[in-house]
Design a protein around this ligand. Structure first.
Ligand SMILES: C[S@@+](CC[C@H](N)C(=O)[O-])C[C@H]1O[C@@H](n2cnc3c(N)ncnc32)[C@H](O)[C@@H]1O
Length: 226
């Protein structure tokens, strides 16, 4: 299964699980598509595009150690992990409820190489240089202590390892910025301060040996090498 098919599988997984969150993050159910369009100015095509880009740091035949933080409900990544039977995968999230849904998906897909651990990205329970890849999808806009999250994700990565993923950046889509400020932030779903595409490029460029940053609407996508 190539990356596009894995993402398509994520839409299928969301459709069949029908969780509201899963439908929204994959832009696959009717309410999900309405929210993607209204808040993020995205349809399925742009949604797929940013996910493909965020996941492009993971080689299709990857067989090293990967940390995903935060895994959330796992809807975006369990189909990807299904295609990586030789990899050693650790998924971490603060919320046991979100992770219970990810674990159920991993069980349904019979993924024996994926383990789950509850924890805080700001104090990762791993030694320095443990992972070949650290993947972070849609997390940094939610993390309360972003400095600690940048520091810890860097620390647990091996020299030469890849840090990749995506999250909300300010200034890419005015409508998105409005919703974040007036709805997502008061609800506690997102926590300021937020990066812009440019500030993210500067931050990651200062930390990593190489850092590629791009943006699709209000989502910043990154791929860095330590
Ligand atoms: C918007 S969800 C993203 C989940 C998933 N990566 C996705 O793209 O669907 C944000 C997640 O961040 C988790 N989270 C928030 N603060 C955290 C922290 N300090 N450490 C670990 N996870 C955290 C939440 O529990 C939630 O599952």
């Amino acid at each position: 299964m190539n990356r596009k098919e894995q993402i398509r599988s994520a839409y299928h997984l969301a459709g069949t699980n029908a969780g509201f969150y899963d439908g929204m993050i994959t832009c696959s159910t009717l309410p999900g598509r309405i929210i993607c369009g209204a808040v993020w100015n995205m349809g399925r095509e742009k949604n797929t595009q940013y996910l493909e880009r965020a996941l492009s740091g993971i080689p299709e035949d990857f067989s090293g150690r990967l940390l995903e933080v935060p895994v959330g409900t796992g809807v975006l990544t369990m189909p990807v992990y299904q295609g990586l039977p030789g990899a050693d995968i650790t998924c971490l999230d603060y919320s046991p409820d979100m992770m219970a849904s990810a674990r159920a998906k991993a069980n349904a897909l019979k993924l024996g190489n994926v383990r789950f651990q509850q924890g805080d990205v700001g104090a990762l329970p791993f030694a320095d240089g443990t992972f070949d890849i650290v993947l972070s999808l849609n997390g940094f806009h939610a993390f309360p202590d972003k400095a600690a999250a940048y520091r810890e994700t860097f620390r647990v990565l091996k020299p030469g390892g890849t840090f990749c993923g995506c999250f909300y950046v300010q200034g890419g889509c005015r409508r998105t910025d409005w919703f974040i400020r007036h709805l997502y932030q008061p609800k506690g779903w997102f926590t300021p301060p937020y990066e812009t595409e440019e500030s993210l490029r500067e931050r990651l460029g200062a930390l990593y040996r190489t850092a590629e940053v791009s943006r699709i609407e209000g989502i910043g996508v990154f791929r860095c090498v330590k």
